[in-house]
Ligand binder design. Structure first.
Ligand SMILES: [Zn+2]
Length: 121
């Protein structure tokens, strides 16, 4: 229960803090942009089954894979201040949020290997 609350708090509420930190004059617009980065979860559609409790999405879904995650962080760090940079920040934070969830699952699982929880990592 706490895990779910923390997960959705980070995904939907805390990003408002990030938007405020990024540009306090336009934080509401920034928040909406960060909310829009939740669309990265559209890659769950190609998953089979589409939803599975206790599955770590990091390393499993295409837009949550080790091939694209570095680009989110590189964009967040190196892009010029712009909407695209905010999108990259949102995507990078999304991956951090999902990773926290995976570590939390791992902590609850007595005989899991971390590599098994994070799929391909
Ligand atoms: Zn996700």
């Amino acid at each position: 229960m706490l895990q779910t609350v923390v997960h959705y708090f980070l995904h939907f509420i805390f990003i408002g803090v990030i938007a405020y930190w990024y540009d306090r004059k336009n934080w509401k617009k920034g928040w909406l942009i960060l909310l829009a980065t939740m669309l990265v979860d559209v890659d769950h559609i190609v998953a089979d089954p589409m939803f599975m409790a206790d599955r770590c999405g990091i390393g499993f879904h295409p837009l949550h894979s080790e091939y694209v995650i570095p680009f989110y962080f590189l964009g967040a760090i190196f892009l010029r201040r712009s909407v695209l940079k905010l999108v990259a920040i949102g995507l990078a934070f999304h991956m951090i949020t999902d990773s926290i969830d995976c570590f939390w699952m791992y902590a609850k699982c007595a005989d899991c290997k971390l590599s098994a929880v994070f799929n391909s990592f």
